[in-house]
Design a protein around this ligand. Structure first.
Ligand SMILES: C[S@@+](CC[C@H](N)C(=O)[O-])C[C@H]1O[C@@H](n2cnc3c(N)ncnc32)[C@H](O)[C@@H]1O
Length: 283
């Protein structure tokens, strides 16, 4: 592995170990108790859940073998296991493994979640056994050479009829992206504030790389026959202009429905996120 990829992996490990240290699973347990209403709410108002759970994903999970890459706070791993899937969860941060241990102790899943520790590419799992490989806000944390290896391994692990689903940010317009960097958001200064921005960038666990839909299409076609990229969040992204509260939630619910009427080309150009589906592995 090249030096940039190695450094990037270590930066992610340290960043997320800090973020998830002593993570409380209290909320996850509350959500597991009423899984349907948690998922209905999340899918109607939160971009990542809205995207990942499209195509009736929730109802396709029972007794299915699922690998989640970059499981992070493990909320999605817990929900999939709560729906009856046999979940394998991987993260470079050991703290995620501790969350999985706590979850397995506190909740009787149909199949206890298995944590795949450390470097996923050295997982030694048998080929062709998984129904799904999923990642929620994960691939864009990899350098391009790492991403290629992860997708090669995804294709290897999936059954011939299996499916990979990734929710990722999208950048398809340079102009919109430049404007976005100029607007400060919580925890990230404006690019115009050069000194602060450079300081922030040094600690940011995202490598410099493409997030374009075309990139995900091209990299996917190297390993899969079927590639679908769906823009998500084109209108929803403007919820930041509305103060948090019931009007904001109402706007997001409306936005997800309304943006489906935008012609695909325009939607793809303007979107902030995307659902990536890969099927029919080529190896
Ligand atoms: C933005 S977080 C997303 C976490 C979670 N999926 C979610 O939806 O909240 C990205 C996750 O990817 C993990 N990650 C980054 N590089 C990784 C690698 N090379 N192998 C495994 N996990 C990695 C990070 O540790 C982090 O938990």
């Amino acid at each position: 592995m090249d030096r940039v990829s190695r450094d990037n992996k270590e930066k992610n490990r340290q960043h997320y170990n800090k973020l998830y240290a002593d993570y409380s699973i209290r909320n996850i347990l509350i959500w597991l108790k009423d899984l349907d209403s948690f998922l209905d709410g999340a899918c109607a108002t939160e971009t990542s859940w809205h995207a990942l759970y499209q195509d009736g994903f929730k109802d396709r999970l029972e007794d299915k073998k699922v690998m989640e890459m970059g499981c992070g706070d493990c909320v999605n791993a817990a929900m999939m296991a709560g729906l009856g899937a046999e979940v394998y969860a991987n993260d470079i941060a050991e703290a995620s493994g501790e969350i999985i241990n706590k979850l397995n102790q506190a909740w009787e899943f149909k199949y206890p979640i298995k944590f795949v520790k450390g470097d996923f590419l050295k997982n030694n799992l048998e080929a062709g056994k998984f129904d799904f490989v999923v990642g929620k806000a994960f691939l864009h944390h990899l350098t391009l050479p790492e991403e290629k290896e992860f997708l090669r391994e995804t294709a290897r692990l999936l059954k011939p009829e299996g499916e990979a689903r990734f929710f990722e940010p999208a950048v398809n317009s340079r102009i919109l992206d430049e404007i976005r960097w100029m607007i400060p958001v919580k925890g990230r200064p404006s690019k115009l504030n050069r000194k602060k921005f450079i300081e922030w960038k040094e600690n940011d666990p995202h490598p410099d790389r493409s997030f374009s839909s075309l990139h995900f299409k091209n990299v996917g076609t190297a390993f899969f026959k079927f590639v679908k990229i769906k823009p998500v969040g084109t209108l929803e992204r403007f919820n930041r202009l509305i103060p948090r509260g019931k009007h904001n939630i109402r706007y997001r619910r409306w936005a997800f429905k309304a943006e489906q009427n935008i012609p695909l080309l325009i939607n793809t150009y303007l979107t902030r996120s995307q659902l990536i589906v890969y099927k029919e592995p080529l190896q």
